[in-house]
Design a protein around this ligand. Structure first.
Ligand SMILES: [Zn+2]
Length: 366
């Protein structure tokens, strides 16, 4: 997370007592530990260095020098990041305030609150570890395609173990308040107008009721599978041993590509793993039936009789694991060719959020 120490904080530090100076020294250390990225104006750093040199820890001036060198790049990054933290005073305002200014989300807090919330690198939580790993890759793609430094990304990863555990995990992490928390769950929406799962509703409530460095995101699409670039799905399948099954999966991916271009809205809500068949659509009825009405049958479905066929064909149940394995091969140049920032918009949006949350100092100084 980028942490901006405002000039008003620096002015207080220049005349502060030992306790406050200790907090300041601690926050500066977070930059060297590469937990976050500390940003301060060069003039503010000079003021602190001149005013209270005897109260700085031995390593603090060295780290402040690095922060000074990085300041102009830091301000330019800050203007482009979607999420960051601002510290304006030593111990007020007491409460963390989350404000949104022209699309940017800023947590404003005191120095003492910041030391609770920023002790460790940001925590990226998915339903499973493989989801968290995939979201981190989205951030890497976002960084590379936008010309940002992918090495500045630093998150610890965690899992809820399933969508239903989301609210419990969120509350537990908020109670701990040791690090910025980013929780991402599948929305499980069946149509755009659908409310999503109970866990999603509950997590949104937790977010609105807590003063915490906690961000909850759920996919606009049905599941993570729906926002995965089809190029990556195809790349992962191509890694499998040649077999008639593999030919079938590749053929189905081609069909999915056509669906994505002819019915982009519906594509976000089809079942990528198991396929979406007429019988299932009819069993849901109502809004689901109406929503998928324009989609033609593309292949035969093998569900138990009386089914007119798939409107979207199945790829394979394990596709997320395969994509995770494929991404872990770290052939960045290859995987990037498989992502199209114009088509894979939700993938890039998730990447932007994760990148912002995980933005940290990439260079060791001491
Ligand atoms: Zn069927």
């Amino acid at each position: 997370m980028l942490v901006f120490l405002e000039n008003s904080l620096a002015s207080e530090i220049c005349v502060a007592d030992n306790d406050a100076l200790s907090l300041f020294n601690q926050i500066i250390q977070l930059h060297a530990a590469r937990s976050h990225f500390i940003l301060m104006a060069r003039s503010a750093i000079n003021d602190v260095l001149e005013s209270v040199p005897e109260k700085l820890w031995t390593t603090t001036p060295v780290i402040l020098d690095q922060i000074k060198t990085q300041a102009s790049d830091g301000f330019s990054i800050k203007s482009q990041l979607k999420y960051f933290v601002e510290i304006s005073h030593i111990d007020k305002p007491e409460k963390i305030k989350r404000v949104t200014v022209s699309g940017k989300h800023v947590w404003k807090m005191s120095l003492s609150a910041a030391l609770d919330w920023l002790s460790y690198p940001s925590n990226l939580i998915g339903e499973h570890m493989r989801d968290a790993n995939i979201y981190a890759e989205a951030a890497r793609h976002y960084a590379i395609l936008k010309g940002f430094d992918q090495n500045s990304l630093r998150v610890s990863k965690d899992m809820t173990g399933g969508c239903g555990n989301g609210p419990g995990v969120a509350q537990e992490k908020i109670r701990e308040k040791s690090r910025p928390i980013l929780l991402i769950l599948d929305s499980d929406k069946l149509t755009p107008g659908h409310q999503g799962s109970d866990a999603v509703k509950e997590c949104n409530k937790i977010q609105s009721q807590n003063d915490a460095v906690f961000l909850f995101k759920s996919t606009d699409a049905r599941e993570l599978e729906n926002i995965l670039p089809l190029g990556l799905i195809e790349g992962a399948v191509l890694e499998r041993p040649i077999s008639p099954d593999r030919d079938k999966w590749l053929e189905n991916i081609k069909i999915l590509r056509n669906i994505l271009s002819a019915h982009p809205v519906e594509y976000s809500y089809v079942d990528i793993k198991n396929g979406t068949c007429k019988k299932w659509i009819q069993s849901k009825g109502g809004a689901v039936l109406k929503f998928f009405v324009k989609m033609p049958v593309v292949s035969e479905c093998n569900c138990s009789g009386g089914c007119d066929g798939y409107v979207s064909p199945p790829v394979v149940e394990d596709i997320l694991d395969w994509v995770k394995d494929f991404l872990s091969l770290k052939r960045a140049d290859l995987t990037l060719k498989m992502v199209d920032s114009n088509i894979d918009q939700e993938w890039m949006e998730v990447g932007e959020v994760v990148y912002s949350f995980g933005y940290a100092n990439k260079q060791r100084v001491i």
